[in-house]
Design a protein around this ligand. Structure first.
Ligand code: 4NP
Length: 151
């Protein structure tokens, strides 16, 4: 059975859509299912932010067909690993977990790598932040994919 990985941020329009697209590009999609969601419900049904679409396309990652959805408690059952972008996302997701097994699925994505940071900064109010966000997520996804591809 495919390993199922969920990428989570606040809005599901800036960071986690990039994380979904980037990880998909590094794994065999027959072996790994990747999705993304937001803890907030402000943008449900929307396309990713145009700035995330643009930085993705710059590096051949096409996220234009993604649509925003909100994280739900069912995601703890449906996914093996839940990667969150920052501590606020972590706290919001952990607050919905019903047991230790569900909590153990939740990880800060930058804990996968040594970037000197442990949060992917929220770029929503920072036009210049998207390039940095792309590279942080790309570095983490390389490490995640190496582990998955070794299985
Ligand atoms: P994201 O960025 O969590 O990376 O998708 C944000 C997108 C929208 C908002 C905040 C962060 N917002 O407040 O609408």
């Amino acid at each position: 059975m495919a390993t199922k990985i969920l990428m989570v941020c606040l809005g599901n329009i800036c960071r986690s859509p990039l994380a979904e697209g980037i990880l998909q590009s590094k794994v065999d999609i027959d072996d790994v299912f990747v999705d993304s969601a937001g803890t907030g419900g402000y943008h449900i049904g929307s396309k990713p932010d145009s700035r995330s679409i643009a930085v993705g396309l710059k590096y051949d990652i096409d996220i234009t067909l993604q649509r925003c959805r909100q994280f739900s408690v069912q995601d703890f059952k449906d996914f093996d690993l839940i990667y969150v972008m920052d501590h606020s996302n972590y706290n919001n997701v952990i607050a919905l977990a019903q047991n230790e097994e569900e909590k153990a699925k939740v990880k800060l994505i930058l804990d996968e790598v040594d970037t000197g940071l442990n949060e992917v900064p929220d770029p929503y109010h920072d036009d210049d932040g998207f390039e940095n966000v792309f590279h942080l997520i790309d570095t983490a996804c390389t490490s995640i994919a190496e582990k998955l591809n070794a299985n």
